[in-house]
Design a protein around this ligand. Structure first.
Ligand code: ATP
Length: 326
């Protein structure tokens, strides 16, 4: 086993609060262990464009509390081709990088897994996405912050909904994952939740809302953007004629869910995962993701994490949410 000397670190895919805290942890753990660190700006695109920056302890001063990512992030089509990956490899070899730490979601890990196999370069993945949709970790970086941002918005919407007898459809992020929607629904006391992973007949939803109406001064339905009826506007259009006594409104929370200072939970998780990622490389491990399971740092092979699409949302949570909103 050849000892690694120089880590290339990047963030890729969707940005998530906590990425900066994680960058800080990787850089400082690596420096402590006598390694060099190069920050690769804009993910795989930066590898292709040679956007490389040597990092020291001061490069990551004062960033633990910042949302976004100081290394920037990007989506890169060219990296999906062998030609593109060859060019990326040549660039990082020329910079002396002999191992990679990738912070991102499943797309990022797919690229990292392929790249690592093709060019035999060690790589560790750190789950960074607000979607909380990766197998092998109870939480991904950014989910807790995004969930708290959403709940703050829903609390405000509840105030105005109650003041005017309004029926609100609130659309939250989640093209394929309903984690944010489910969490928001439970924590915000929603009357109904629509998830991408579940089929919801609109007739069922109407029945559910009819049961709630008359008893309540406000009704909130949380709609994940990727649910099958086409999002909050479409659902509201179909449902609103049944509830003419309500003033029906739609709010799309959009990108504000991605920004903001990371929560205490995300900062600690980011620090633990960044620290663990460097230690895994030092132990000679590769093609694994570091994650949190039962409050312990655990590793899962990238392959297993990518292939296992085990449904993360427990059915009992949906049932509980319905019961608690009667
Ligand atoms: P999020 O979950 O927040 O969207 P992500 O990491 O899944 O984050 P993607 O846009 O899916 O975001 O992937 C990030 C980048 O990973 C892509 O732009 C691409 O460069 C690379 N990538 C994704 N899939 C592949 C693949 N099959 N082969 C090579 N590279 C890939």
């Amino acid at each position: 086993m050849q000892k690694i000397k120089h880590i290339g670190l990047f963030t890729s895919g969707g940005d998530a609060p906590g990425m900066n805290a994680c960058i800080r942890a990787v850089v400082r753990t690596a420096l402590y262990n006598g390694l060099f660190v190069t920050g690769i700006h804009e993910g795989y695109q930066g590898m292709l464009d040679n956007k490389l920056e040597p990092m020291n302890s001061r490069s990551v001063s004062n960033i633990i509390q910042l949302g976004g990512t100081i290394l920037k992030t990007a989506r890169c089509k060219e990296f999906r081709t062998l030609e593109g990956r060859k060019r990326a490899y040549a660039n990082i070899m020329a910079a002396g990088i002999d191992a990679l730490v990738a912070i991102g979601g499943d797309g990022t890990f797919t690229g990292a897994e392929i790249f690592s196999r093709e060019f035999n370069i060690p790589v560790i993945g750190i789950p960074g996405t607000i979607d909380n949709d990766l197998y092998g970790t109870d939480f991904t970086l950014g989910f807790d912050t995004a969930a708290n941002t959403v709940i703050e918005a829903i609390d405000k919407i509840r105030d105005t909904a109650a003041a005017h007898d309004r029926l609100f459809f609130v659309e939250v992020m989640g093209r394929d994952s309903g984690c944010i929607a489910l969490n928001a629904g439970i924590a915000g006391g929603a009357e109904a939740i629509l998830l991408p992973e579940r089929s919801t007949a609109l007739e069922e939803l109407i029945k559910q809302l009819e049961n709630a109406s008359g008893k309540k001064t406000s009704t909130i339905v949380i709609v994940a953007e990727g649910e099958e009826n086409g999002g909050a506007y479409n659902v509201a259009k179909h449902v609103k004629d049944h509830f003419d006594f309500y003033d029906t409104k739609v709010t799309i929370l959009g990108h504000l869910q991605r920004g903001g200072a990371p929560s205490s939970f995300d900062r600690v998780l980011a620090s633990r995962l960044g620290f663990a990622a460097v230690n895994q490389l030092l132990e000679g491990n590769t093609r694994i993701m570091v994650g949190l399971r039962g409050n312990m740092i655990k590793t899962t092979s990238l392959e297993e994490s990518l292939n296992n699409k085990e449904f993360k949302l427990a059915d009992d949570m949906m049932t509980m949410c319905n019961i608690l909103s009667i």
